[in-house]
Structure formats: C-alpha cells, structure tokens
Write a protein that binds this ligand. Structure first.
Ligand code: ADP
Ligand code: MG
Length: 226
C-alpha cells in the first residue's frame, strides 16, 4: 500500500511585505492510507500552507511532496491538476463554490471535469447531497444557502470523485457543536466505509482528539514527532 502523502524536508517561503515568510520550515511527515489525521497549531503556524502543499495545490520552495508515491515537483501544471482531481478532495476554509451554479451542479462539476457524462454526474451529485442532508436544497445557488449548508455542499463536492484523500481546512471552524459533530461523523464514516484518508486542519482540540493522530505545527515546524 505505502504512504498516500509524504512531505520530505518541505520548506515554503511566501513573499511578505518586508522579508519572505517561511510559512513551512522543514516539515517531514508520512500519512498512511486510511489514516485520519488532525493538524493543529496556533494561528499563523503554517497549517493552511502545509495543507495546500499536501494537496498539490502549491509546490514547495524546497523539499518534496509525494502524493500516492508521485513527487509533485516534477509534474507539469496540467498533470498536477489531473492528479488533484482524481485523488484529492479539498474543502477550503472559504468554500469557493461557483456562485452561478446550483448546489447539484457544483457537486457534479469535478465529475464532469473527470469525464463523466452530465446526467450520471448530476445523479451522483444528488446522492452526495442527500448524504450531507441537503437533498432538498439541490437546486439552490450558494447565496441561497446558509454558511453551514454551503460548507456541506463543499464537502459533497470534495467527495465527488471518491478521492483517496480528503483534505479539510478549518472545516468545523464556523459550525456550532451539533453541525461540527455531524461533519465529523460523515468524515469518520467515509474513513471507515471507503477507507478514505482524512487530513483536517482544526483548532478545535475536541475534534482533533477524535483523530487517529494529531500533528501539531509551531512556527512552520512539526512539534514533537509527526
Ligand atoms: P495557519 O493556517 O496556521 O493560520 P498559514 O499557513 O495561513 O497559517 O500562514 C503561515 C504564515 O505565512 C503566517 O505567518 C502568514 O502570515 C503567512 N502567510 C500566509 N499566506 C501568505 C501569503 N499569501 N503571503 C505572505 N505570507 C503569507
Ligand atoms: Mg489557516
């Protein structure tokens, strides 16, 4: 099987107003298939930046990220996009739903990009929306949904292509406890039933405690052992 995600001596420098910021400063970690991992740490510790790197949305300044054994360094942008669409589901802190599309079409989009016909994609999208208890809102546009509902659409969209890995950034950050528990429950079910690897960034320590493993970041570095 082997690791699904691997970071080797990863550094990410971002251009700040004065000097460059080392948002990620020499991270080594290995995430095995089927793990449920929480990444925690104070605000500004590099959690989002690291998650973007692990999700192949960005490339490291130094070091190497491997997704399912493939180094992202050597891949051209189109190959990288294909790898992401096929293997990774991403739920961002801000949902980035397409405002002009209905919920069902937002969820269907990654499947159509992956080559599925629109009828089949919409059918599966409807089923995924049912799963996150939004079947009754399938025809709504994002602005006609609450923040929590938009996030559930984003989760359904992330699951569209049955990804090997689901990455979530502060998924439960703006949800109340009940909704936070629901989201956690869906992720855990995906993890158990489909063997999906889940990596979530969270400052909610209660939620993190439910993960199989917690990785803590401090100043762009892993505190303790990853
Ligand atoms: P976290 O998600 O843990 O709050 P981030 O990964 O967002 O942390 O940010 C890590 C560090 O990088 C912070 O010091 C932040 O100010 C800086 N940073 C984040 N994004 C950018 C950017 N686009 N340009 C410059 N600096 C950034
Ligand atoms: Mg963040």
């Amino acid at each position: 099987m082997g690791p699904i995600l691997e970071a080797r001596a990863v550094v990410k420098e971002l251009v700040g107003p004065q000097e460059p910021v080392r948002a990620v400063d020499g991270v080594d970690l290995v995430i095995q298939r089927g793990e449920f991992v929480a990444i925690t740490g104070p605000s500004g510790s590099g959690k989002s930046t690291l998650l973007y790197l692990l999700g192949a949305l960005d490339r490291p300044t130094k070091g190497e990220v491997l997704v399912d054994g493939i180094s992202t360094n050597g891949l051209a942008e189109t190959k990288l996009a294909g790898l992401r669409n096929a293997k990774i589901g991403f739920v961002f802190q801000f949902h980035f739903l397409l405002p002009e599309l209905t919920a069902v079409d937002n969820v269907a989009m990654p499947m159509m990009v992956g080559g599925m016909g629109s009828a089949a994609a919409r059918k599966r999208a409807g089923e995924l929306l049912e799963k996150v208890e939004l079947g009754h809102r399938a025809q709504h546009r994002p602005h006609e949904l609450s923040g929590g509902q938009q996030q559930r659409v984003a989760i359904a969209r992330a699951l569209a292509n049955d990804p090997l890995v689901l990455l979530g950034d502060e998924l439960t950050g703006n949800l109340d406890t009940k909704n936070g528990d629901l989201v956690y429950g869906w992720l855990r079910a995906q993890n158990r039933e489909r063997g999906q690897t889940i990596v979530i960034v969270t400052h909610n320590l209660e939620l993190a405690a439910h993960a199989d493993r917690v990785i803590e970041l401090v100043d762009g570095k892993v505190a303790g052992l990853a």
